[in-house]
Write a protein that binds this ligand. Structure first.
Ligand code: PG9
Length: 629
C-alpha cells in the first residue's frame, strides 16, 4: 500500500512547473446578481485611474452613479467583504440605487490606491493653486466621457455622488460639467476647510485631524497607521503642547500637506481660493444637485448649506438642499437614532426612499416622471418630522422672510428672548481660562476619533452637563418654556467680552435642556442637548486672513456664527447657552498670548487668562436666533 501511495505521489508532480498559482484563474460566478469589472481609465494627461464598475444583472440600460474616492474604490465596492449579492458589496444607499436600476462606479482619485498620477490633498482647481492641466473637474469629465462610451449597459446618463471627501469630488464634477452629467448628490461635502469643515473652525485648529493627514498622505495606499503611546488623547496632546511639536515628534515635516497647514494658519488666499462654495458661485449651477447636510455633522457641518447658499440664486431650480438629523454620513445608513436622541423611524431610509432616489430617477432615467422634491427638505428636530420649504434658511439677518430674534444674556445666568437686560450691579460674568486645565470637547477619556470603540460620530449630541459644572464654563438659561420656540437657520452669538490675555478662543453652545423629569425616558431628565456649537479664534475676529492681537482688558465685540439648526425647543424645555475658552483636545489650545503662529506656540506662551462676558445695557451680549413662527 505504501508503495502504491508512493507511486501515486510520483505520478502527480509535487512541485508543478510555475508553482501552484496558475497564470490565470477564471472563477465561476454562478448565483451572483451583479458583474464587477475593473478598468484603468485614461485621463487627458495620460494618467490612468483605477475604476471599479458594478453592473447589476437586472440592468440592461441604466444610469451610472460615479463616486470618486481617496479611500480605496476596491474596498468601497466590496464594503461588506464582498460576496454574490449586491448588498454584500455596497453601502445601503448604493445597494438601494443598484436595486433601483443604477450602475455603481467607484474610482480611485489620481495618486491614491490603484490609480496613477500624483495625489494632492483636495487637489485645487486648475489656476493659481494648481498650475497643472488636471484637477477633479477634468478627471470627472474625462471619466464620465469614457464611461458613457465604454459601459454598454449605460443609458448615457451619469450622476456623481459621494460623502465627505467624496462629496468634495462630486462638487468638483459640477465645474465645467460633462454633458452626460445629469445629477449630483454631494453628501456632507468638504467645502471650506478653514471656516467650518475639517481642518479649522474659524481659525481654531482641529488637531485630532493630524492622524488623518498622516495616514492619508504618508503612503499611496494609506496603510501606515498613526500610533500613540497613550489611550487618552487629552494626555497625548497635553504632553506635546502644540500641534507643530507633535508633528515634529511624528516626523510629519516629511508630509507636504502638513507643512502647508503649518504655513497657513490664517484664512489666506491658500484657503480662500479653494473654498468650493466660492468656486461654485462663479458660474450658474447647470446640473441638478441635491446638497445633503447632517445637522449634527462632526466633520463637515459647514459644507452643504454653504454650497446651497452659494448656488441657489443662479441655479434655475437646480439647487436642492436636504438637512437630516444625522452625524457625518449617517444619511447613508441606519438613522433611527443618534446617541441618546431617538427619531422614531429610520430617517436615513426615508431620505433615500422619498427624496434621493426619486430625485435621481427623474434626472437620470429616460421617461421617468418629474419628482416632487422641494427645494429644501429639512428634518425638524425636537418635533421629529420632515418638512418642505421653498428656501433655506427661514430666518436670517438679511434676505430672509423673517429676521433674527435677540436672546440676551443677563445677570444671574439668565437668558431673555427679545428684551435687553436692565442695568444691574454685575455687568459681567468672569472665569479663569487655564490652558493647563482646558475644557474638553467630550467627557474624558478623549480617545482618538478613529480608534476602535470610538463614539466620535455622536459627540455633537453628547450631554453637555459634563462641562456645565465647571467654573470655567459660563451657563445661561431661560426659564422653562411655556410655548414652543422654533429656529430654522444659523444662530449668531454676539459677545461683548474681555480677556486679560492678548488672544482667546470663544466657544459658544446653544443647548436644548430637557425637562427635569422625562417619564418615558428617565435618563433624559435634564439632558443638555447641543443644537449648534462653534468656536472663534479671537485673533481672526476682524479679518480671518490676518491675525491681530486682542487689546488686553478691553471689552471687544465678537460675532460667532453657529451651524444651521432646524429645531423646536418644546414647552417644558429650557434654552441654554454655554460659553468657554477651549474645546480640547479636538481643537488646539489658544496660548492666550498673541504669538506669530499658535500651531507652534512654545510652552512659556501658554498663560492663564481672566475672561469676562458682559451683559450690561451698553455691552449686552446676545444670541441672534433665527426664530420662526
Ligand atoms: N471629510 C472627512 C475628513 C476629511 C479630512 C480629515 C478628516 C475627515 C472625510 O473625508 O471623511
Amino acid at each position: 500500500a505504501a508503495a502504491q501511495i508512493e507511486s501515486k505521489v510520483a505520478t502527480v508532480a509535487a512541485i508543478p512547473p510555475g508553482g501552484d498559482v496558475p497564470k490565470t484563474f477564471v472563477p465561476v460566478r454562478t448565483g451572483y446578481d451583479y458583474v464587477k469589472r475593473t478598468v484603468m481609465i485614461p485621463m487627458r494627461d495620460g494618467v490612468k485611474l483605477h475604476t471599479v464598475i458594478l453592473v447589476p444583472n437586472a440592468v440592461k440600460r441604466g444610469p451610472i452613479m460615479l463616486d470618486r474616492t481617496p479611500y480605496d474604490a476596491d474596498r468601497m465596492l466590496a464594503r461588506g467583504g464582498g460576496g454574490p449579492l449586491i448588498e454584500q458589496n455596497l453601502s445601503p444607499a448604493y445597494a438601494e440605487l443598484a436595486r433601483a436600476g443604477y450602475i455603481i462606479v467607484g474610482q480611485d482619485v489620481r495618486g491614491k490606491d490603484g490609480s496613477g498620477g500624483d495625489y494632492v490633498m483636495n487637489r485645487p482647481l486648475r489656476g493659481p493653486l494648481n498650475p497643472t492641466k488636471v484637477d477633479h473637474a477634468t478627471d470627472a469629465y474625462d471619466t464620465i466621457d469614457w464611461l458613457v462610451k465604454h459601459v454598454p449597459e449605460s443609458n448615457g446618463r451619469v450622476g456623481t455622488i459621494g460623502t465627505s471627501y467624496d462629496g468634495f469630488t462630486a462638487l468638483m464634477s459640477l465645474i465645467n460639467p460633462h454633458p452626460a452629467l445629469k445629477a449630483s448628490v454631494p453628501i456632507n461635502p468638504m467645502v471650506d476647510v478653514w471656516k467650518g469643515d475639517d481642518w479649522f473652525h474659524n481659525g481654531a485648529f482641529r488637531q485630532e485631524m493630524m492622524s488623518y493627514v498622516y495616514k492619508q498622505t504618508a503612503t499611496k495606499g494609506s496603510d501606515l497607521e498613526w500610533y500613540s503611546t497613550r489611550y487618552d488623547d487629552y494626555d497625548t496632546f497635553m504632553a506635546y503642547g502644540s500641534p507643530a511639536a507633535y508633528g515634529r515628534a511624528m516626523k510629519m515635516e516629511q508630509l507636504p500637506f502638513w507643512n502647508r497647514i503649518l504655513q497657513h494658519p490664517a484664512y489666506d488666499a491658500f484657503w480662500q481660493e479653494q473654498a468650493v462654495d466660492k468656486l461654485l458661485a462663479k458660474a450658474p449651477l447647470t446640473v441638478p444637485t441635491l446638497f445633503v447636510d447632517s445637522l449634527w455633522d462632526q466633520e463637515d457641518i459647514y459644507g452643504a448649506p454653504a454650497a446651497f447658499a452659494a448656488t441657489k440664486a443662479r441655479s434655475n431650480g437646480n439647487a436642492h438642499l436636504v438637512l437630516g438629523p444625522w452625524h457625518h454620513g449617517q444619511g447613508n445608513g441606519d438613522a433611527t437614532r443618534l446617541g441618546a436622541i431617538e427619531f422614531g423611524s429610520d430617517t436615513g431610509k426615508a431620505f433615500r426612499r422619498d427624496v434621493m432616489i426619486p430625485f435621481l430617477d427623474s434626472k437620470l432615467k429616460e421617461g421617468a416622471p418629474a419628482a416632487d422634491i422641494a427645494p429644501v427638505t429639512a428634518y425638524e428636530t425636537g418635533t421629529n418630522r420632515w418638512t418642505r420649504h421653498a428656501d433655506w434658511p427661514l430666518a436670517c439677518t438679511t434676505g430672509c422672510a423673517t429676521g433674527m430674534t435677540p436672546m440676551y444674556l443677563t445677570a444671574n445666568s439668565g437668558l431673555t428672548l427679545g428684551t435687553a437686560p436692565a442695568a444691574t450691579a454685575a455687568a459681567y460674568d468672569e472665569y479663569i481660562s487655564d490652558p493647563a486645565k482646558p475644557v474638553t470637547y467630550r467627557q474624558r477619556p478623549n480617545i482618538s476619533p478613529w480608534a476602535t470603540g470610538s463614539t466620535w460620530r455622536q459627540w455633537l449630541v453628547d450631554d453637555q452637563r459634563f462641562a456645565a459644572g465647571r467654573s470655567d464654563v459660563l451657563t445661561y438659561s431661560t426659564p422653562v418654556l411655556t410655548a414652543p420656540v422654533k429656529i430654522a437657520g444659523q444662530a449668531i452669538a454676539h459677545l461683548f467680552a474681555s480677556t486679560s490675555g492678548t488672544d482667546s478662543d470663544w466657544v459658544v453652545k446653544l443647548i436644548d435642556v430637557y425637562p427635569d423629569l422625562v417619564p418615558d425616558k428617565p435618563e433624559m431628565g435634564g439632558y443638555q442637548l447641543a443644537v449648534a456649537m462653534d468656536v472663534l479664534r479671537a485673533r481672526y475676529r476682524d479679518d480671518p486672513s490676518k491675525a491681530t492681537p486682542v487689546p488686553a482688558g478691553q471689552v471687544v465685540p465678537y460675532a460667532i456664527t453657529l451651524p444651521d439648526a432646524d429645531h423646536v425647543f418644546l414647552p417644558g424645555h429650557r434654552i441654554m447657552v454655554q460659553v468657554q475658552s477651549s474645546w480640547f483636545p479636538l481643537y488646539d489650545r489658544n496660548p492666550q498670548t498673541f504669538v506669530p503662529n499658535i500651531l507652534d506656540a512654545k510652552p512659556a506662551d501658554y498663560v492663564k487668562a481672566t475672561q469676562r462676558v458682559y451683559h450690561a445695557p451698553s455691552q449686552a451680549s446676545y444670541i441672534a436666533l433665527p426664530v420662526v413662527k
